[in-house]
Ligand binder design. Structure first.
Ligand code: GTP
Ligand code: MG
Length: 468
């Protein structure tokens, strides 16, 4: 009946097993509990000592570029996969950027020399080459990021998408930061679902420019050509882009007015280096990757070991439709690094061309800095893109967009100071906001600034945890 007779041999065996703990269910579960407790304690200690740095700011302000600099400083640089991806993306963006300049010149009533076949036959031919080029046939879309790249490409370059992204951008800049966390999360989840539904519809959209059915292409053109023909086509296209860029005065004029429409911030760099990007064996350099742009979707997490401390850096997509996801990463943040593109005082949002980018950044900062979520969290602001700011302020007066600006129209220092004071005046808490002027694409200056910033965060964190 299930009883066992305990023989002396049996008893010895049982005693041995018990002493090994193999057959004792209580001892076994205690062991398992101990392991879980140990793990929890380790996680708890790690959580307590790990520094969580959150990169926030509007779209295109330079958050991911700051992350890339951290990668160069503390992660041994970029992987082969990243280099391959940026090589493809930049080449496609370079082609589209030149198309945009041609089309926008017409919209703005700027006369293009390449529109005159009699006086400028060579430029006319170059224009035809560019407008007929299908960027997706000129790249390996899979290497460029597959379906993520394709969706992004359509959203960026389709005229129809311009309206769609405006609709998607609800204008509800504040929705992500409702003080009631549960309400905000459920709202975020609902809106995220809606956004996903929209994405699917985007796939059959047409592309900006003369190549009407470009996005229906799967980038297969590259596979149907032999290598020599493919390289030849790319070389011809690169020469056309370079010639238009260097010789057509209308293109230059249009570029000077690029704050009036959406153009890649690094378009000039792409055109200047177009021959590199056209080579099929070319692999993006560190600088290319820093200059290249891949919009962040969602939130990425990267771990670093900095001065023997664990850092987790969270990089959030900054466009309006991305911000509803932010709420998911607000917990346990050690420091917020807010990035402002100071050069964008005269530009409109990609997602809503009626809204000034600097105004959006100020509003966003107001909501974040004065929110209960971050009442004990230090804020650092990077006033970024100072290189573009320097070049631009002489040509595009700050006063035109910020009439209360009293500083000199060519004075870079006064100009940045003005924006710094606007941001400082928004801070209604009694904690300080640290500010730095940055050019996130410049590795040398960023090394210095990022070292100072990470030191400051470590010090602050030690003080806060009572370890210092
Ligand atoms: N010239 C110049 N370009 C910069 C600077 N910082 C960033 N950029 C460029 O600006 C573009 C956008 O930068 P990202 O780092 O992708 O911007 P982001 O804030 O991560 O954008 P989202 O992911 O959409 O939120 C890239 O092409 C960068 O190379 C800068 O200081 N100077
Ligand atoms: Mg980004």
């Amino acid at each position: 009946m299930g009883c066992t007779v305990s023989s002396p041999d049996n008893q010895q065996l049982n005693n041995d097993s018990l002493s090994n703990g193999e057959a004792d269910p209580f001892l076994n579960s205690k062991k398992a509990n101990d392991i879980i407790d140990q793990q929890l304690m380790m996680n708890y200690k790690k959580e307590r000592t790990q520094i969580k740095l959150l990169l926030l700011g509007t779209g295109e302000s330079g958050k991911s570029t700051v992350l890339k600099q951290l990668q160069l400083l503390h992660h041994g640089g970029f992987s082969h996969k990243e280099r391959t991806q940026y090589t493809q993306v930049i080449w496609a963006d370079a082609i589209q950027s030149m198309k945009i300049l041609i089309v926008q010149a017409r919209r703005l009533g700027i006369e293009l020399q390449c529109d005159d076949p009699i006086k400028y036959p060579q430029l006319f031919q170059c224009k035809k080459t560019v407008l007929n080029a299908k960027a997706l046939d000129m790249i390996d879309a899979q290497k460029a990021g597959g379906s993520d790249f394709m969706n992004e490409y359509v959203l960026k370059y389709s005229e129809r998408s311009e309206k769609k992204r405006q609709n998607k951008s609800t204008g509800k800049i504040h929705s992500f930061i409702a003080e009631d966390k549960t309400e905000a999360i459920s709202e975020a989840e609902k809106e995220e679902d809606d956004a996903d539904d929209d994405d699917e519809e985007d796939n059959d959209d047409n592309t900006f420019g003369d190549s009407k059915h470009e996005t229906s292409s799967s980038g297969l053109g590259r596979n149907t050509m032999d290598e020599n023909t493919y390289q030849q086509k790319r070389t011809v296209l690169a020469n056309a882009i370079k010639t238009l860029w260097e010789q057509d005065l209308g293109i230059q004029q249009c570029f000077d007015r690029s704050n009036e429409f959406q153009l890649e911030g690094s378009a000039e760099y792409y055109f200047e280096n177009i021959k590199n990007f056209s080579r099929i064996d070319y692999l993006a350099s560190d600088v290319d990757i820093l200059k290249g742009r891949i919009k962040t979707s969602g939130i990425t997490e990267t771990n670093f070991q900095i001065n023997s401390r664990e850092f987790k850096v969270l990089d959030a997509g900054g466009q309006r439709s991305e911000r509803r996801k932010w709420i998911h990463c607000f917990e346990g943040i050690t420091c917020v690094l807010f990035v402002v593109a100071v050069s964008e005082y005269d530009q409109m949002l990609f997602e809503d061309e009626k809204v000034n980018r600097m105004h959006e950044s100020l509003l966003l900062f107001d909501r974040l800095c004065n929110s209960q979520w971050f009442s004990n969290t230090p804020f650092i602001i990077f006033f970024n893109k100072i290189d573009i700011f320097q070049e631009k302020i002489g040509k595009s007066p700050i006063r035109k967009y910020f009439p209360e600006y009293q500083g000199g129209s060519n004075d870079v220092n006064q100009g940045i100071k003005y924006f710094e004071s606007l941001f400082a005046s928004i801070n209604r808490t009694n904690r300080p906001v640290y500010m730095h002027r940055t050019c996130a694409t410049d590795t040398k200056s960023m090394k210095f600034i990022l070292n100072a910033v990470t030191d400051l965060i470590i010090q602050q964190n030690l003080k806060k945890s009572g370890l210092f």
